[in-house]
Design a protein around this ligand. Structure first.
Ligand SMILES: NC(=O)c1ccc[n+]([C@@H]2O[C@H](COP(=O)([O-])OP(=O)(O)OC[C@H]3O[C@@H](n4cnc5c(N)ncnc54)[C@H](O)[C@@H]3O)[C@@H](O)[C@H]2O)c1
Length: 287
């Protein structure tokens, strides 16, 4: 078991790749705090995990990663339940603002950056404080995206926020190296989760089959494996890295919107905010 005696906090752990990582880390012996906005989904997950025999090693706390008091409470919860923090996976996310650049409002921008970029910043800030105080090092992993690596790999604001996550990761890795706190990012490609499949996994799979070199499409387990490597002692000398996990999508060139002309921002007939798996309704307006 590669994570025995480790304590991990996973944001966005009630769904998708976060949940797959929760399961993998538990399987590898870690004790895990699931921090997610969606309390109803969290309750279902906790019941499932208790049925799988993990009752003693997992705990849920409702968290909005964009709120500093929530992040502090989330980490205090890890301390009180499991006695510390070794691994922090800042993974929570939503699609956020969609639609053309010229129709994007400040509210669309702020919501997206609050969850995707500020949430990661706050996680690093308070996670690093706690790890530094305990003086036993640690691993912080941030979910970016291949959308953050180039233009046109995803919606404009989402991509900008994911690029910010890469920059934050690199700066934090430099600043925290002396404390033996490693900070790395994962850049997933298309991963079949509720966030990415638009409610129609089959249609999305067929669309991606056209552009992704690897025959199978991405699953949460693929990201969980990458997170396990970055969390484990096998990655002791790895920090400031952005690990692309995308079935060769970026190797083939990520100009995804050319493959999906109907969904590109240029042709969009709708703008506004999508709120992913939070349980909150989107606010969209027709153009
Ligand atoms: N699925 C993909 O193809 C893909 C590709 C690249 C990057 N990502 C990123 O991966 C991460 C996980 O996404 P997923 O695909 O597993 O999606 P998902 O919708 O299955 O899970 C995301 C989880 O984050 C939670 N969340 C959303 N806003 C939150 C907030 N403010 N505070 C706390 N929790 C919040 C949701 O409730 C949900 O449980 C996200 O950061 C996403 O941007 C996904």
């Amino acid at each position: 078991m590669r994570l025995q005696h480790k304590v991990a906090v996973i944001t966005g752990g009630a769904s998708g790749m976060g949940l797959a990582t929760v399961r993998r880390f538990l399987h590898e012996g870690a004790r895990v705090v699931i921090a997610d906005y969606n309390a109803a989904a969290g309750a279902v997950v906790m019941e499932d995990l208790a049925g799988e025999g993990y009752e003693e090693s997992v705990s849920f706390i409702q968290t909005d990663v964009a709120r500093e008091p929530d992040i502090e409470a989330m980490l205090a919860h890890a301390e009180s339940c499991f006695g510390g923090l070794d691994i922090l996976f800042n993974n929570a996310g939503v699609g956020g603002a969609i639609g053309p650049l010229t129709e994007t409002t400040i509210e669309d921008w702020d919501y997206t950056f609050d969850v995707l970029a500020k949430g990661v910043f706050l996680g690093i800030k308070h996670g690093a404080r706690m790890m530094r105080a305990a003086a036993r090092g640690g691993s912080i992993i941030n979910t970016s995206s291949i959308a953050g690596l180039s233009g046109d790999g995803g919606p404009l604001v989402y991509s900008a926020a994911k690029a910010a996550v890469i920059s934050l990761t690199q700066s934090a890795a430099v600043e925290l190296a002396a404390d033996r706190i490693r900070v790395n990012a994962i850049c997933p490609g298309f991963i079949a989760t509720p966030l990415a499949d638009g409610g129609d996994p089959e249609a999305t799979r067929r669309a991606f089959e056209k552009v992704q070199p690897w025959p199978e499409y991405g699953s949460g387990d693929h990201i969980a494996g990458a997170a396990l490597f970055l969390a484990s002692d096998d990655a002791t000398f790895v920090t400031g890295e952005k690990l692309v996990v995308d079935g060769g999508l970026t190797a083939a060139g990520p100009e995804l919107s050319k493959s999906f002309p109907k969904s590109s921002a240029r042709n969009a007939r709708v703008a506004g905010i999508t709120r992913g798996s939070t349980g909150e309704a989107p606010s969209l307006r027709n153009l």
